[in-house]
Write a protein that binds this ligand. Structure first.
Ligand code: UD1
Length: 418
């Protein structure tokens, strides 16, 4: 398996461009199953997770073609309603095909995605929502199965604004008769992108981005071309790269509103953040201060930026406190950062970081996607060489991150493990 070597202590300088959003592309690919015509997606990042979703769609009978950053999905040939374990297990987001299949065929059988490193990540909110819509749900032999009979107008209150459950339920409601109302829905920008995509195909959805979403059922969806939004987590990662390396980086292809929670915290920490129509400049050269940060559903501080901001706080002298409220086990990067000399204590969902003006390169392991990004960032600050293993996790969600960072002066190389 490949590895990355980062040699740090050098301010990054230059311009870097953000790819399309992974977390927007995945549900939109699943939603393509609703369409009996052709879907053309542009700005699609080149990532392992996207390949896994493409495989899932193909297993269900769709035709998927990729040309550079354009993905063409033909849903007219979809003829299966079952997603087997081999593919479900590879990626939690594969469960997103369930809503689309239920809506189109009133029947879906999807192998349980299981837990994952950052938490148990159950499916109860998805399944309860499908049930409220009138689907009969069975959970047996490792599969979640839904079957529809008397489906119609429904009002669903989510116990928690789950991103995946909101997306799955929106997709399930699109082709059902009557109006479905989702309350306490997730408000993430990716939900708005999914709504825009579905509406372009002929769906009647409003309210995405707010906590109540109304879906008026339609009888069919047609072909569409859609550009996915920029990846706000990749943008946030580059913003932290500028700050932690005490550099000056201009980040283009970013929607300012989507990264506002990260911008606010970086300003509180003392980084200079300048906003332009064409992007954001982050200057990390001044005196940086510790901060207290709590992850929250959007528009709060994103859990997907928690490991990266922890790397930054580890590089700032003083005590910072990070509270993780979304996932119960998302501190696995702590032990790897400690190998690099970071002083971090964890009590339940709270991490207390005593930042230092020096970290040391070490051999570390990416325990999950964003943990891997945090280690790259820590490596940019550390003295000496940081050797990062298990970068398959990083490949799931960052499109050629080492090449992009090299272009702004990072000393980072990728090597194949022999
Ligand atoms: C999505 C993102 C992921 C991000 C997360 C939170 C994608 C592909 N992934 O994941 O990068 O970290 O949002 O912003 O978009 N939960 C339940 N029952 C459920 C569903 C969720 O208890 O049925 C819990 C989860 O265990 C977790 C919390 O709700 O603790 C948030 O999960 P959710 O918002 O559903 O995250 P995902 O959609 O899986």
């Amino acid at each position: 398996m490949d590895y990355l070597v980062v040699r740090g202590s050098k301010p990054l300088k230059g311009q870097i461009s953000v790819s399309g959003s992974k977390n927007s592309t995945l549900p939109i690919m699943a939603a393509s199953l609703l369409c009996s015509g052709e879907v053309v997606l542009t700005g699609v990042p080149d990532l392992e997770d996207i390949k896994v979703m493409a495989q899932a769609l193909e297993i269900l009978g769709a035709k998927v073609k990729r040309e550079k950053d354009v993905l063409i999905i033909d849903g007219s040939t979809v003829n299966k309603i079952e997603l087997p374990e081999e593919i479900s297990r590879k990626m939690r987001a594969s469960n997103l095909v369930m809503g689309a299949l239920l809506s189109r065929f009133h029947h879906a059988r999807v192998a349980y995605p299981g837990g994952c490193a950052i938490g148990t990540r159950p499916m109860d909110l998805h399944l309860k929502g499908f049930q409220s819509m009138g689907f009969t749900i069975k959970e047996e032999f490792g599969f979640m199965e839904g079957l529809g009979s008397s489906l119609g107008s429904q009002e669903i209150l989510l116990d928690f604004p789950s991103v995946g459950a909101t997306e799955n339920l929106m997709m399930a409601a699109v082709l059902l008769p009557g109006t479905t109302i989702l309350r306490n829905a997730a408000r993430e920008p990716e939900i708005v992108d999914l709504q825009n995509f579905l509406n372009r195909m002929g769906a009647k959805i409003r309210g995405a981005g707010l906590d109540t979403i109304r879906i008026e059922g339609v009888s069919r969806l047609g072909s569409v071309e859609h550009a996915v939004i920029p990846d706000r987590i990749e943008a946030g990662t580059f913003m932290v790269a500028a700050a932690i390396s005490r550099g000056e980086v201009f980040i283009e292809n970013v929607v300012l509103e989507h990264v506002q929670p990260v911008v606010s915290k970086l300003r509180e920490i003392g980084a200079e953040v300048l906003t332009y129509n064409s992007g954001i400049k982050v200057v990390g050269g001044g005196r940086l201060r510790p901060a207290d940060i709590k992850t929250m559903p959007y528009p709060g501080f994103p859990t997907d930026m928690q490991p990266q901001i922890m790397a930054l706080l580890s590089s700032i002298v003083g005590t910072s406190v990070l509270v993780e409220t979304i996932f119960e086990n998302r501190f696995m990067h702590v032990q790897e950062l400690r190998r690099m000399g970071a002083d971090i204590k964890v009590e339940g969902r709270v991490a207390i970081i005593k930042g230092k003006n020096r970290l040391e390169g070490a051999s570390v392991e990416a325990t999950d996607l964003r943990a891997g990004a945090a280690l790259i960032l820590a490596g940019l600050f550390a003295d000496g060489e940081t050797h990062i293993n298990r970068i398959d996790h990083i490949d799931r969600g960052y499109d050629k991150i080492h090449v992009k960072l090299q272009s702004i002066g990072a000393d980072i190389t990728r090597g194949p493990r022999t």
